[in-house]
Design a protein around this ligand. Structure first.
Ligand code: ADP
Length: 266
């Protein structure tokens, strides 16, 4: 996990200032994430988490006069579609968008090759693509969903299929926006274990969440955001303390750690 020229970091952002309307949503933020590292990004509503993700995925753009640097794997000249295959996002909006069709689990997973939400007649599926799709459906514990229309799946099932859609391209990093949102306890636990398996295979997991139990034990680093800036950044045990979270949220927060998982309540 070195950051030299032959092993550039997954992400190297410097001087990132991003406006959303009139609001300075990211305020000169700098951040580097080595390849293979699992990271959680946490912060109050409005702290800039979504904007950071949108900027990583090139939906939002930094102000040029601050001379921003936005490198992924040492390069800043990515074609957006290639970049989005290497760093794949799975958001709740994406799950909702996929659920608007009656495409089968297989079709949604394979649509990841075409940056669409389902296979269309003009899309050709090679035997290699088909077998990667099968592999991914099995990895996601979603093999039984291959022929099921996504609009007839539970939220947890649909989420597994949409993560599979991201995985067909063998991304180096998976950006997960509030992954347990809309899931019952059992579905959330199952998804968590599946994500741990994906992380163990070498894909960086980058979580953006309010929900501390989403953060699997393999996440070593936590970044706290506040008002578009990094408020704290470091080893999980040093950042997720009652003192730091209470200061960040402006209210007394209690934190518990059990079996490598954190939880907190006010
Ligand atoms: P978070 O994801 O942490 O809740 P956001 O990145 O969504 O934070 O928002 C950061 C800031 O940008 C907030 O002050 C929010 O009100 C503002 N903002 C977000 N989206 C828009 C928008 N479409 N138009 C104007 N302001 C926005």
């Amino acid at each position: 996990m070195t950051d030299d020229a032959s092993h550039p970091p997954l992400l190297d952002f410097r001087n990132i200032a991003v406006y959303r309307g009139d609001t300075l949503a990211l305020n000169g933020l700098s951040l580097s994430i080595p390849c293979g590292q699992h990271v959680a990004i946490i912060g109050p509503n409005g702290s800039g988490k979504s904007t950071l993700i949108r900027t990583m995925m090139r939906y939002d753009h930094p102000v040029r006069r601050y001379r921003p640097v936005m490198k992924l794997f040492g390069r800043s000249d990515w074609h957006v579609q290639d970049m989005r295959r290497l760093v794949a996002i799975v958001s709740n909006e994406m799950v909702h968008a996929c659920c608007k069709s009656a495409a089968s689990g297989r079709s949604v997973v394979l649509s990841g090759y075409y940056s669409s939400f389902e296979l269309w007649p003009q899309h050709t599926v090679s035997p290699e693509m088909d077998s990667r799709g099968e592999e991914v459906l099995r990895l996601m514990g979603a093999w039984h969903l291959r022929d099921k229309p996504i609009n007839a799946m539970s939220t947890g099932e649909a989420k597994r299929v949409v993560i599979g859609r991201a995985l067909v391209n063998e991304p180096k990093a998976l950006l997960l926006d509030e992954p347990s949102n809309g899931l019952d306890i059992r579905a959330a636990l199952g998804l968590r274990e599946t994500l741990r398996r994906i992380g163990a295979l070498g894909t960086s997991l980058i979580y953006v969440t309010h929900h501390l139990p989403d953060i699997v034990p393999e996440v070593s680093r936590v970044i706290l955001l506040s008002e578009g800036r990094i408020y704290a950044d470091g080893p999980k045990e040093e950042v997720l303390t009652e003192e730091t979270l209470s200061r960040l949220y402006g209210t007394r927060v209690e934190v518990e750690c059990k079996g490598g998982y954190f939880n907190c309540w006010a």
